[in-house]
Design a protein around this ligand. Structure first.
Ligand code: KG4
Ligand code: ZN
Length: 331
């Protein structure tokens, strides 16, 4: 089955053609990141305007690179939420129009499921159930138990800031730029992760919830006491902060995997690119003989291939008239 995926939930405009949920024939991602770097964060209006300009060229390139014509497509898949309303509308209304004109089924997809299914892409071996999935992105930090594609249970999430959001806010505070995750990762090189003993919120709680805003405040309060922030102290702040986030994410994910006897852990979302998180989660799960896999780096950030994959494994087309963008969609 060949599915054309469309993703426009945040600042990326992406279209992809994916065969049988795993074989990526094309995946085009156009980002307005450089515009947002100038403003230190995403301006929703700017993102949506850029997406309107990008969507048709991105779709044309995705089709031509896949060597498929509209007649070869079995269905369309589109992200309906969560995300920025103006951005979501660009993808949703384009997908609905194409489905109408080409007379194809259309599958509405929750962006968060897309981040999970990024782990199925370009993998000859599919993840094995039961598994625990950790979604760590700019807007979400969630743990999910999956017994199969259709049987799953949301275990917990963040009460306040998402992991990526905390990275972005602290990077901004330390003057490291946007997006914060890669900036913190770069700044942390050469720093001492024990320089500051920042709080690890909820780390000992026997639940699967997270909270990162207290950690963020602790970093800001301690940093404000420093007379000047030198390169060394910025590195120490960055690496100590990153370590606190990684410790919490790893502890909670392993706790869930052990409790539900997971065969695998799968990690998706922008923060899944973080090397420190990858290393610590791999080391800890190896000891426990639990397999861990991370979405391939090219599919950690927002992309349409993961949306097409999610649609293949949960193929529930809906009438065009009921498909609507929903900025506050959750699991
Ligand atoms: O999944 P994503 O591209 O978009 C959302 O759905 O939110 O995630 C973006 C987030 C940003 O907060 C960014 O700072 C974070 O992922 N991120 C990272 C890294 N690369 C991106 N966080 C930590 N380490 C990284 N290497
Ligand atoms: Zn995302």
């Amino acid at each position: 089955m060949v599915i054309l995926g469309i993703e426009t939930s945040c600042d990326e405009t992406s279209a992809a053609v994916v065969e049988d949920g795993q074989k990526v024939l094309s995946n085009i991602v156009s980002s307005s990141l450089s515009l947002h770097q100038k403003t230190g964060g995403i301006i929703p209006e700017t993102a949506a305007r850029e997406q309107i300009k990008a969507i048709i060229p991105v779709l044309e390139t995705a089709l031509s690179q896949s060597f498929k014509k509209p007649k070869d497509l079995d269905a369309l898949a589109v992200t309906i939420g969560p995300g920025l309303i103006g951005s979501l509308l660009v993808g949703v209304e384009t997908a609905k129009t194409l489905a109408l004109v080409w007379n194809k089924p259309i599958v509405p997809i929750n962006h968060l499921w897309g981040h999970i299914y990024a782990n199925w892409l370009s993998n000859s071996q599919s993840p094995k159930f039961p598994l625990i999935s950790l979604v760590v992105s700019g807007g979400h930090t969630d743990l999910m138990l999956m017994n199969s594609h259709t049987k799953h249970k949301w275990l917990g999430g963040t009460f306040d800031d998402a992991a990526g959001e905390a990275f972005d806010k602290i990077a901004r505070f330390l003057g490291l730029g946007y997006p914060g995750g890669p900036a913190i990762e770069k700044a942390s090189k050469g720093g001492d992760s024990k320089a500051f003993d920042f709080p690890r919120p909820l780390i000992d709680a026997k639940n699967y919830d997270f909270s990162f805003s207290g950690l963020k405040t602790a970093v800001v309060n301690i940093a404000k006491k420093e007379k000047t922030l030198t390169q060394i102290s910025i590195s120490n702040f960055a690496v100590s902060f990153q370590q606190a986030i990684v410790d919490v994410l790893v502890k909670k994910t392993i706790q869930a995997a052990e409790k539900f006897q997971a065969k695998e852990i799968v990690v998706g979302g922008g923060v899944a690119a973080n090397v420190s998180l990858r290393d610590k989660l791999k080391a800890t799960s190896n000891k426990l003989r639990i397999n861990v896999r991370f979405a391939p780096l090219e599919y950690c950030g927002d992309n349409a291939a993961m949306i097409a994959s999610a649609a293949y494994f949960n193929f529930k087309p809906k009438p065009i008239s009921v498909i609507q963008a929903n900025p506050s969609l959750h699991f």
